[in-house]
Ligand binder design. Structure first.
Ligand code: ES4
Ligand code: ZN
Length: 326
Protein backbone atom coordinates (compact mmCIF):
# COMPACT_ATOMS: atom_id res chain seq x y z
CA UNK A 1 0.00 0.00 0.00
CA UNK A 2 0.91 3.68 -0.25
CA UNK A 3 1.32 4.03 3.50
CA UNK A 4 3.57 0.95 3.74
CA UNK A 5 5.73 2.26 0.91
CA UNK A 6 5.95 5.72 2.45
CA UNK A 7 7.05 4.24 5.79
CA UNK A 8 9.58 1.82 4.29
CA UNK A 9 11.05 4.66 2.23
CA UNK A 10 11.45 6.95 5.23
CA UNK A 11 15.00 6.66 6.61
CA UNK A 12 14.70 5.75 10.29
CA UNK A 13 16.78 5.04 13.37
CA UNK A 14 15.75 2.33 15.78
CA UNK A 15 16.50 3.33 19.37
CA UNK A 16 14.75 0.66 21.44
CA UNK A 17 15.59 -2.88 20.44
CA UNK A 18 16.64 -5.77 22.66
CA UNK A 19 18.79 -7.95 20.44
CA UNK A 20 17.76 -11.05 22.42
CA UNK A 21 14.17 -10.08 21.61
CA UNK A 22 14.87 -10.37 17.88
CA UNK A 23 15.39 -14.14 18.16
CA UNK A 24 12.84 -15.58 15.74
CA UNK A 25 11.49 -19.09 16.45
CA UNK A 26 13.15 -20.44 13.27
CA UNK A 27 16.58 -19.29 14.45
CA UNK A 28 15.80 -20.54 17.98
CA UNK A 29 15.28 -24.03 16.55
CA UNK A 30 18.38 -23.84 14.35
CA UNK A 31 20.57 -22.75 17.28
CA UNK A 32 19.05 -25.37 19.59
CA UNK A 33 20.08 -27.99 17.06
CA UNK A 34 23.53 -26.49 16.40
CA UNK A 35 24.28 -26.32 20.15
CA UNK A 36 22.44 -29.44 21.23
CA UNK A 37 20.18 -27.50 23.58
CA UNK A 38 16.74 -28.91 24.47
CA UNK A 39 13.86 -26.45 24.11
CA UNK A 40 10.37 -26.99 25.51
CA UNK A 41 8.64 -26.65 22.12
CA UNK A 42 8.01 -29.22 19.38
CA UNK A 43 7.61 -26.77 16.51
CA UNK A 44 7.92 -23.17 15.39
CA UNK A 45 4.11 -22.95 15.53
CA UNK A 46 4.14 -24.10 19.14
CA UNK A 47 6.69 -21.39 20.02
CA UNK A 48 4.57 -18.70 18.36
CA UNK A 49 1.47 -19.97 20.17
CA UNK A 50 3.28 -19.47 23.49
CA UNK A 51 3.69 -15.74 22.73
CA UNK A 52 0.43 -14.71 24.30
CA UNK A 53 1.26 -12.43 27.21
CA UNK A 54 -0.84 -10.65 29.77
CA UNK A 55 1.96 -8.53 31.26
CA UNK A 56 5.70 -7.80 31.18
CA UNK A 57 6.70 -10.65 33.53
CA UNK A 58 4.83 -13.23 31.41
CA UNK A 59 6.92 -12.16 28.45
CA UNK A 60 10.22 -11.95 30.35
CA UNK A 61 9.92 -15.57 31.56
CA UNK A 62 9.66 -16.79 27.94
CA UNK A 63 12.30 -14.33 26.67
CA UNK A 64 14.95 -15.54 29.16
CA UNK A 65 14.11 -19.19 28.39
CA UNK A 66 14.47 -18.55 24.65
CA UNK A 67 17.86 -16.90 25.14
CA UNK A 68 19.25 -20.21 26.42
CA UNK A 69 19.97 -21.35 22.84
CA UNK A 70 22.49 -18.49 22.48
CA UNK A 71 25.87 -19.97 23.42
CA UNK A 72 28.72 -18.91 21.13
CA UNK A 73 30.05 -15.80 19.46
CA UNK A 74 28.72 -17.21 16.15
CA UNK A 75 25.23 -17.41 17.67
CA UNK A 76 25.32 -13.75 18.72
CA UNK A 77 26.68 -12.80 15.30
CA UNK A 78 23.90 -14.70 13.49
CA UNK A 79 21.25 -13.27 15.82
CA UNK A 80 22.34 -9.69 15.22
CA UNK A 81 22.87 -10.18 11.49
CA UNK A 82 19.32 -11.51 11.13
CA UNK A 83 18.07 -8.39 12.91
CA UNK A 84 20.15 -5.98 10.80
CA UNK A 85 19.02 -7.67 7.58
CA UNK A 86 15.39 -7.29 8.60
CA UNK A 87 15.88 -3.73 9.86
CA UNK A 88 17.64 -2.63 6.66
CA UNK A 89 14.65 -3.92 4.64
CA UNK A 90 12.43 -1.67 6.82
CA UNK A 91 14.44 1.45 6.00
CA UNK A 92 16.42 1.50 9.24
CA UNK A 93 19.76 3.20 8.58
CA UNK A 94 20.95 3.40 12.19
CA UNK A 95 20.21 1.12 15.17
CA UNK A 96 21.09 1.47 18.84
CA UNK A 97 20.75 -2.06 20.12
CA UNK A 98 20.47 -3.16 23.74
CA UNK A 99 21.96 -6.37 25.01
CA UNK A 100 21.53 -7.98 28.43
CA UNK A 101 24.94 -9.45 29.34
CA UNK A 102 23.67 -10.86 32.65
CA UNK A 103 21.18 -13.09 30.81
CA UNK A 104 24.24 -14.81 29.34
CA UNK A 105 27.05 -14.47 31.88
CA UNK A 106 24.74 -15.90 34.57
CA UNK A 107 24.53 -19.06 32.37
CA UNK A 108 28.30 -19.28 32.12
CA UNK A 109 28.65 -17.66 28.69
CA UNK A 110 31.72 -15.39 28.70
CA UNK A 111 31.02 -11.66 28.22
CA UNK A 112 33.61 -11.69 25.40
CA UNK A 113 31.61 -14.26 23.37
CA UNK A 114 28.48 -12.14 23.58
CA UNK A 115 29.99 -8.79 22.71
CA UNK A 116 32.47 -9.98 20.07
CA UNK A 117 29.66 -11.74 18.21
CA UNK A 118 27.53 -8.58 18.29
CA UNK A 119 30.43 -6.33 17.26
CA UNK A 120 31.32 -8.51 14.27
CA UNK A 121 27.70 -8.39 13.07
CA UNK A 122 27.65 -4.61 13.53
CA UNK A 123 30.71 -4.28 11.29
CA UNK A 124 29.18 -6.65 8.72
CA UNK A 125 25.88 -4.71 8.69
CA UNK A 126 27.69 -1.46 8.02
CA UNK A 127 29.71 -3.04 5.20
CA UNK A 128 26.74 -4.86 3.66
CA UNK A 129 23.83 -2.46 4.17
CA UNK A 130 25.45 0.82 5.18
CA UNK A 131 23.50 0.44 8.42
CA UNK A 132 25.36 2.02 11.35
CA UNK A 133 24.82 0.83 14.91
CA UNK A 134 25.78 1.39 18.51
CA UNK A 135 25.63 -0.84 21.59
CA UNK A 136 23.68 -0.20 24.78
CA UNK A 137 24.60 -2.44 27.70
CA UNK A 138 21.46 -3.01 29.76
CA UNK A 139 21.44 -3.98 33.42
CA UNK A 140 18.76 -6.38 34.65
CA UNK A 141 16.85 -4.48 37.31
CA UNK A 142 15.42 -7.56 39.07
CA UNK A 143 19.02 -8.39 40.11
CA UNK A 144 20.97 -6.49 42.81
CA UNK A 145 22.92 -3.32 42.04
CA UNK A 146 26.10 -5.24 42.96
CA UNK A 147 25.51 -7.52 39.98
CA UNK A 148 25.20 -4.47 37.71
CA UNK A 149 28.54 -3.19 39.07
CA UNK A 150 30.14 -6.59 38.32
CA UNK A 151 28.75 -6.41 34.76
CA UNK A 152 30.13 -2.90 34.25
CA UNK A 153 33.51 -4.18 35.41
CA UNK A 154 33.37 -7.12 32.97
CA UNK A 155 32.66 -4.64 30.17
CA UNK A 156 35.73 -2.53 30.98
CA UNK A 157 37.91 -3.75 28.04
CA UNK A 158 35.13 -2.88 25.55
CA UNK A 159 33.97 0.46 26.96
CA UNK A 160 35.28 2.25 23.88
CA UNK A 161 32.78 0.27 21.83
CA UNK A 162 29.78 0.66 24.13
CA UNK A 163 27.82 3.88 23.78
CA UNK A 164 25.39 3.74 26.66
CA UNK A 165 24.01 1.78 29.58
CA UNK A 166 20.35 0.95 30.03
CA UNK A 167 18.02 -0.59 32.59
CA UNK A 168 15.49 -3.27 31.70
CA UNK A 169 13.56 -6.34 32.95
CA UNK A 170 10.86 -6.34 35.66
CA UNK A 171 10.06 -2.71 36.39
CA UNK A 172 7.57 -2.68 39.27
CA UNK A 173 9.36 -3.13 42.61
CA UNK A 174 12.73 -2.24 41.07
CA UNK A 175 12.80 1.57 40.88
CA UNK A 176 15.64 3.50 39.27
CA UNK A 177 16.79 4.57 42.77
CA UNK A 178 18.10 1.02 43.29
CA UNK A 179 20.72 1.70 40.58
CA UNK A 180 21.72 5.32 41.25
CA UNK A 181 25.34 4.44 42.14
CA UNK A 182 26.09 2.18 39.20
CA UNK A 183 24.65 4.69 36.72
CA UNK A 184 26.79 7.44 38.30
CA UNK A 185 29.82 5.18 37.77
CA UNK A 186 28.81 4.56 34.14
CA UNK A 187 28.40 8.29 33.52
CA UNK A 188 31.89 8.91 34.92
CA UNK A 189 33.21 6.47 32.32
CA UNK A 190 31.66 8.62 29.59
CA UNK A 191 28.69 6.39 28.81
CA UNK A 192 25.27 7.76 27.86
CA UNK A 193 22.31 6.68 29.95
CA UNK A 194 18.87 5.36 29.20
CA UNK A 195 16.36 3.44 31.33
CA UNK A 196 13.02 1.72 30.89
CA UNK A 197 10.58 3.77 32.93
CA UNK A 198 6.82 4.21 32.97
CA UNK A 199 6.09 1.05 30.97
CA UNK A 200 4.33 -0.67 33.88
CA UNK A 201 5.88 1.45 36.62
CA UNK A 202 4.38 4.70 37.93
CA UNK A 203 5.31 8.27 36.90
CA UNK A 204 7.49 8.43 40.04
CA UNK A 205 9.90 5.99 38.34
CA UNK A 206 10.24 8.39 35.40
CA UNK A 207 11.02 11.20 37.86
CA UNK A 208 13.67 8.97 39.46
CA UNK A 209 15.20 8.09 36.10
CA UNK A 210 15.61 11.82 35.44
CA UNK A 211 16.72 12.92 38.90
CA UNK A 212 18.69 9.93 40.19
CA UNK A 213 20.08 8.33 37.01
CA UNK A 214 20.44 11.46 34.88
CA UNK A 215 19.04 9.72 31.82
CA UNK A 216 19.64 11.04 28.32
CA UNK A 217 16.58 9.13 27.08
CA UNK A 218 13.54 7.31 28.50
CA UNK A 219 12.54 3.88 27.18
CA UNK A 220 8.72 3.69 26.90
CA UNK A 221 7.59 6.47 29.27
CA UNK A 222 3.88 5.86 28.59
CA UNK A 223 2.78 6.39 32.18
CA UNK A 224 4.44 9.81 32.31
CA UNK A 225 1.19 11.00 30.73
CA UNK A 226 -0.53 10.50 34.09
CA UNK A 227 1.52 13.36 35.56
CA UNK A 228 0.94 16.75 33.97
CA UNK A 229 3.98 18.41 35.55
CA UNK A 230 6.16 15.53 34.41
CA UNK A 231 4.90 15.86 30.84
CA UNK A 232 5.73 19.58 30.93
CA UNK A 233 9.20 18.81 32.23
CA UNK A 234 9.92 16.10 29.62
CA UNK A 235 8.73 18.45 26.88
CA UNK A 236 10.80 21.37 28.18
CA UNK A 237 13.93 19.20 28.39
CA UNK A 238 13.36 17.77 24.91
CA UNK A 239 13.65 14.31 26.42
CA UNK A 240 13.33 11.51 23.88
CA UNK A 241 10.83 8.74 24.61
CA UNK A 242 11.40 5.43 22.80
CA UNK A 243 7.83 4.26 22.36
CA UNK A 244 6.99 0.71 21.22
CA UNK A 245 3.37 0.41 20.02
CA UNK A 246 3.17 -3.33 19.26
CA UNK A 247 5.02 -4.12 22.50
CA UNK A 248 2.50 -1.99 24.39
CA UNK A 249 -0.31 -3.95 22.76
CA UNK A 250 1.20 -7.43 23.36
CA UNK A 251 2.10 -6.66 27.00
CA UNK A 252 -1.30 -5.11 27.66
CA UNK A 253 0.10 -1.63 28.41
CA UNK A 254 -2.72 -0.53 26.07
CA UNK A 255 -5.95 -2.50 25.54
CA UNK A 256 -6.14 -1.70 21.87
CA UNK A 257 -3.86 0.17 19.45
CA UNK A 258 -6.81 2.49 18.89
CA UNK A 259 -6.12 3.68 22.49
CA UNK A 260 -2.39 4.16 21.93
CA UNK A 261 -1.16 7.55 23.24
CA UNK A 262 1.53 8.17 20.61
CA UNK A 263 -0.22 11.11 18.91
CA UNK A 264 -1.19 12.53 22.31
CA UNK A 265 2.50 12.46 23.22
CA UNK A 266 3.35 14.42 20.07
CA UNK A 267 0.50 16.85 20.69
CA UNK A 268 1.81 17.48 24.22
CA UNK A 269 5.21 18.39 22.80
CA UNK A 270 6.97 15.17 23.75
CA UNK A 271 9.80 13.91 21.56
CA UNK A 272 8.38 10.47 20.86
CA UNK A 273 9.95 7.86 18.59
CA UNK A 274 8.65 4.52 17.27
CA UNK A 275 10.56 1.32 17.94
CA UNK A 276 10.11 -2.44 17.96
CA UNK A 277 11.40 -3.47 21.45
CA UNK A 278 11.35 -7.29 21.03
CA UNK A 279 10.19 -7.76 17.42
CA UNK A 280 10.29 -11.57 17.35
CA UNK A 281 7.96 -11.68 20.35
CA UNK A 282 5.66 -8.74 19.71
CA UNK A 283 4.66 -9.37 16.12
CA UNK A 284 6.57 -6.83 14.12
CA UNK A 285 9.72 -4.91 13.24
CA UNK A 286 10.00 -1.14 13.17
CA UNK A 287 8.06 -0.49 9.95
CA UNK A 288 5.25 -2.75 11.25
CA UNK A 289 5.13 -0.56 14.35
CA UNK A 290 4.90 2.67 12.33
CA UNK A 291 2.22 1.14 10.10
CA UNK A 292 0.12 -0.35 12.89
CA UNK A 293 0.05 2.82 14.97
CA UNK A 294 -0.42 5.07 11.91
CA UNK A 295 -3.48 3.06 10.89
CA UNK A 296 -4.91 2.73 14.39
CA UNK A 297 -4.48 6.41 15.23
CA UNK A 298 -4.81 7.97 11.80
CA UNK A 299 -1.36 9.56 11.85
CA UNK A 300 -0.55 12.01 9.07
CA UNK A 301 2.51 11.83 6.82
CA UNK A 302 3.80 14.88 8.71
CA UNK A 303 3.50 12.92 11.97
CA UNK A 304 5.48 10.04 10.44
CA UNK A 305 8.18 12.41 9.23
CA UNK A 306 8.35 13.96 12.71
CA UNK A 307 8.69 10.52 14.32
CA UNK A 308 11.49 9.54 11.92
CA UNK A 309 13.27 12.87 12.48
CA UNK A 310 12.96 12.41 16.26
CA UNK A 311 14.64 9.01 15.92
CA UNK A 312 17.80 10.72 14.65
CA UNK A 313 17.77 13.79 16.91
CA UNK A 314 17.06 11.45 19.84
CA UNK A 315 19.88 9.09 18.92
CA UNK A 316 23.28 8.93 20.60
CA UNK A 317 25.00 9.77 17.32
CA UNK A 318 27.37 12.75 17.38
CA UNK A 319 25.77 16.00 16.17
CA UNK A 320 27.51 15.98 12.78
CA UNK A 321 26.15 12.49 12.05
CA UNK A 322 22.64 13.51 13.12
CA UNK A 323 22.88 16.44 10.71
CA UNK A 324 23.49 14.02 7.84
CA UNK A 325 20.17 12.30 8.53
CA UNK A 326 17.79 15.21 9.20
C1 ES4 B 1 11.79 -5.66 27.75
CL1 ES4 B 1 9.50 -4.62 26.82
C2 ES4 B 1 10.72 -4.82 28.00
N1 ES4 B 1 10.58 -4.20 29.16
C3 ES4 B 1 11.51 -4.40 30.07
N2 ES4 B 1 12.58 -5.19 29.90
C4 ES4 B 1 12.72 -5.81 28.74
N3 ES4 B 1 13.65 -6.66 28.27
C5 ES4 B 1 13.33 -6.99 27.04
N4 ES4 B 1 12.19 -6.38 26.71
ZN1 ZN C 1 12.42 -2.63 26.06
Amino acid sequence: TDLAQFIAGLPKAELHLHIEGSLEPELMFALAQRNNVAIPYASVEEVRAAYDFSNLQDFLDIYYAGADVLRTRADFHDLAMAYFTRAAADGVVHAEIMFDPQTHTDRGIPFAEVIEGLLSAMAAAEAEFGLTSQLILSFLRHLPEEAAFATLKMAEPWLGRITAVGLDSSEVGHPPAKFARVFAAAREKGLKITAHAGEEGPPAYVHEALDLLGVDRIDHGNRALEDEALVARLAAEGMTLTVCPLSNLKLCVVKDLADHPLDRMLAEGLKATVNSDDPAYFGGYVADNYRAVAEARGLSRDDLVTLARNSFTGSFLPQEMVARHV
